[in-house]
Design a protein. Structure first.
Length: 595
């Protein structure tokens, strides 16, 4: 039931009907406090005149003073509707914008749990997330008001409220006196949903303390600062776009410039803008880029379409003198892509890292170029503990025990622990319990990632050039335990290793390697590839096919690793928003089960 205060406010200017609350451009309640947590203390202490969020296309710009003021006002609107929000789930639907940032941070400031919804998802998928999260409210910008209403059509009796927020066209005036209130038992955080490439999406609950630990770890390793400007071209319902490219730079006082959805020509022109002699409205140079491998590939594929003047300026923009850091993640980075970017940027090497929804970023290569080793994701980040578990021997692979008695590398599951780890899968105690394994050292359980890797010394790397955390042997991801480790004839094959070699062939633009059932071998190696458009025929006009691929790989891979079955697609391999392939679905759609 609406409070008297809210009912009165509704009569004065807001609109309430059938669980739709259209919020006016002013706040009912005067709120002037934020939680006394690491994140909000930093937010309050940033230079209020320093740029926080910029909209690249429109030029809309908001400084940190605006951001603090708008977060406080938005928090007040939330508390007007429901005075106690601690631990409540609030879903929100917004474009990549300043409005998204304000919504997210105001939910956290109200000690509630933010559940971001992707505008690109169909209503059916959004309803699954809404119902599973048991959200009490759906916040939405005016742009997605109709979609938000449609989303809760079947949930009216459950009391789910749609809260429509007008677009913020001008930031709030700077708050001069913000108090920081210590919460006795904080319950707020972020709930992200897994990609669902192996199972039904699960709600991953990340307390604010875990988000702060993840951000602080990245600030130490990647050295975000108030001098950085990050070009944000990623979706905002994944850990990559939300923590790496939003929460962490805000904690550091960096500037975030939104340029989404991704368009390679637009990105190139934005990067080049500060270095064009004809540029009249000068823009700040971009110092930080983070993207998935497919975006890096698309940038390089379109570079030749730019005019010579823009090409020259763009190459200057992406040199290490100007683009301080370029990062690739969320999917394996093909070595040819990494090498091509290094050549195009005249020496700026892509940094690879490893992370997942449940843990944020856990392992990373270092800032020093010597610590960016091809095929490796580096070392455990500050505050993260990592170990390898040999499931065949039921034991930990201790440092120095990376080789077995025959000299072969031992493959183990990555297990992690530390303050960055999620707390639980929401309303799924069974999955939560199965994802952790106890340790008798008294330091807490380890999270079982389901990803397997080898650990290997690399000459010249791991000597501390990138920091004390980047020392010793590096981690090399072999893939998911369930889908990327193929057991064929008693041998273990890493699907990612075979994919990497396939992608190194000049004829192939995309590749996915899978395990197929085999009565003779248990499993056999299968490959799905897409040929480059320039490759149509080979040798006397015959199509370039499976046998050509096997011949090209025979000197690169052991015979048991060679694909026994190959499918060549004429269309791109289906991927999700972060460039990942659902291999189980791919096998169903592309391969028969016959041996």
């Amino acid at each position: 039931m609406l409070s008297r205060q809210l009912a009165s406010a509704c009569k004065q200017g807001s609109l309430w009907r059938r669980n739709i609350w259209i919020v006016p451009r002013w706040s009912f309640r005067t709120v002037s406090s934020l939680p006394s947590s690491r994140f909000f203390r930093a937010l309050q202490q940033h230079d209020p005149l320093s740029s926080a969020v910029v909209h690249s296309k429109s030029g809309r710009s908001f400084d940190y003073g605006n951001l603090v003021g708008d977060v406080v006002r938005s928090k007040g609107l939330l508390l007007d509707r429901q005075p106690v929000l601690a631990g409540q789930r609030i879903a929100f639907l917004a474009e990549n914008s300043y409005d998204y940032v304000v919504m997210l941070f105001s939910i956290l400031a109200a000690d509630a749990i933010a559940v971001p919804l992707s505008p690109a998802f169909p209503v059916a998928e959004l309803k699954y997330i809404l119902n599973h999260s048991e959200a009490s409210t759906v916040l939405a910008t005016e742009r997605y008001a109709d979609k938000a209403r449609s989303l809760v059509e079947d949930s009216l009796e459950s009391g789910v409220v749609v809260d429509i927020r007008p677009k913020i066209t001008q930031g709030s005036s700077h708050y001069q006196s913000i108090t920081l209130d210590k919460l006795q038992s904080p319950r707020g955080g972020l709930m992200l949903y897994t990609s669902g490439t192996t199972n039904r999406p699960k709600g991953v609950l990340l307390p604010l303390s875990a988000l702060e630990a993840q951000a602080q770890s990245l600030i130490e390793a990647w050295q975000y600062s108030a001098q950085d400007r990050l070009l944000h071209m990623l979706p905002l319902h994944h850990i990559h776009g939300t923590v790496n490219a939003l929460i962490t730079p805000v904690l550091a006082g960096s500037s975030i410039e939104f340029l989404y959805p991704f368009n390679p020509d637009t990105v190139w022109r934005r990067l080049a803008a500060p270095f064009l002699e004809t540029q009249t409205n000068s823009k700040n140079k971009i110092t930080f880029l983070t993207a998935v491998p497919t975006l890096w590939t698309r940038l390089m594929e379109t570079f030749s379409d730019l005019s010579p003047q823009v090409q020259s300026a763009a190459q200057q923009a992406i040199s290490s003198d100007n683009l301080r850091l370029n990062i690739s993640g969320s999917a394996a980075l093909p070595t040819p892509t990494k090498q091509a970017w290094t050549e195009l940027s005249r020496g700026n090497v892509l940094l690879e890292r490893y992370g997942m929804t449940e843990v944020g970023m856990a392992i990373s290569c270092g800032l020093d170029p010597v610590d960016r080793v091809d095929g490796s994701v580096g070392w455990p980040l500050p505050s993260v503990e990592a170990r390898l578990w040999d499931a065949d021997r039921n034991e930990i692979i201790q440092p120095g025990e990376e080789l077995d008695e025959t000299g072969r590398e031992r493959v183990g599951e990555i297990q992690l622990r530390g303050p960055t780890i999620f707390s639980e899968y929401f309303r799924n105690q069974k999955a939560t319990a199965e994802s952790f394994t106890d340790d008798d050292d008294g330091k807490g359980p380890w999270f079982r990632t389901g990803d397997v890797t080898v650990r290997r010394e690399v000459p010249g790397a791991g000597n501390g050039a990138s920091g004390s955390w980047a020392k010793g042997p590096l981690y090399f991801i072999q893939g998911r335990l369930s889908v990327d480790i193929i057991k064929t004839g008693g041998e273990k094959v890493s699907a990612l290793e075979v994919e990497r070699e396939l992608l190194s062939l000049p004829e192939i633009s995309e590749a996915a390697v899978v395990g197929l059932p085999s009565e003779r071998w248990g499993q056999k190696v299968g490959a799905v590839v897409v040929l480059k458009k320039t490759i149509t025929t080979k040798r006397a006009g015959k199509p370039w096919g499976a046998m050509d691929i096997r011949r090209a790989l025979k000197d690169r891979l052991a015979i048991y690793k060679l694909p026994q079955e190959v499918k060549i697609l004429s269309e791109p391999i289906p991927r999700n928003a972060m460039g990942k392939v659902n291999k189980k679905q791919l096998v169903k759609e592309v391969f028969s089960t016959n041996d």
